[in-house]
Design a protein around this ligand. Structure first.
Ligand code: G3P
Ligand code: CA
Length: 251
């Protein structure tokens, strides 16, 4: 829970980012969810990337298919064809039966150029080539200019460093979620500023001082995952650059 500020909302523009699409309304990381987020006026779509047994990049949050499909097992043990035969919609509601796990390629075909993309490299340590393959896919499609509005983020700083070396023109975000007073030290902020544009903390860690320290180091910040209108107001007052939400109509 973040501390409320008793300030009037300032007219501050920020990025409204749909978490896994519009995960509060639709089965996360499916086309139904991404399209709903677009309908609700997001500036960016957030999505999670993992990799199949045959080296294909797929859009799914967990490293297993158990929670969000009718199948069981690890993502890395399915081929693309096998994983796309699963139903990724019915677990959420029967009206979404038949939604499938998109490949990154299908996602980019549909959404790149229409809307900003916040792409999370999920558990890169499980997938040795995920950094290179993601960079190759973006290069192949010439989606490497800042005009393409693509940001790549991860909890895994080594992978982000590697990604930055491959594609230095794409802004990088570091996700942070550790508890504690000095959640990310000034020393760490100085050190990551060489390859990072965004420091993206979990909302439970956010306070005025943290946002000030991030901004003081010349970095921007996107906060996740916002589910309450009060928190949207507070974060706007704190002048954060982006809000990731399951309910884009809150913003
Ligand atoms: O984009 C930030 C947020 O998505 C990170 O957490 O678990 O929802 O991927 P998670
Ligand atoms: Ca994510």
């Amino acid at each position: 829970m973040i501390t409320r500020l008793h300030l009037k909302t300032k007219d501050h523009s920020f990025m409204k980012i749909g978490h896994r699409g519009a995960a509060g309304y639709c089965p996360e990381n499916t086309f139904a969810s991404f399209k709903k987020a677009l309908d609700l006026g997001v500036d960016y779509l957030e999505l999670d990337i993992q990799m199949t047994k045959d080296g294909e990049l797929v859009v799914i949050h967990d490293s297993t298919v158990n929670r969000t499909t009718n199948g069981k097992g690890k993502v890395k043990d399915f081929t693309l064809k096998e994983i796309q035969n699963l139903d990724a919609g019915s677990w959420f509601h029967s009206k979404f039966a038949g939604e499938k796990i998109p490949s990154l390629s299908e996602f980019l075909d549909e959404f790149a150029g229409k809307i900003g993309i916040l792409l999370e490299l999920k558990k890169p340590s499980l997938y040795p080539q995920i950094v290179e393959k993601t960079a190759e896919e973006l290069m192949r499609r010439k989606l490497t200019s800042p005009d393409n509005q693509i940001i790549v983020q991860s909890f895994d700083r080594d992978s982000l460093k590697r990604f930055h070396k491959l594609l230095p023109s794409i802004p990088i975000g570091v996700l942070v979620k550790n508890a504690g007073v000095n959640i990310i030290s000034n020393k760490e902020l100085r050190s990551i500023a060489s390859y990072v544009s965004y420091v993206n903390p979990k909302i439970t860690m956010v306070n005025k001082r943290l946002i000030k320290r991030i901004h003081y180091h010349g970095l921007k910040t996107i906060i996740w995952t916002v589910k309450k209108k009060n928190d949207v107001t507070t974060l706007k007052n704190l002048q954060v650059e982006g809000i990731i939400t399951d309910f884009p109509d809150l913003c």
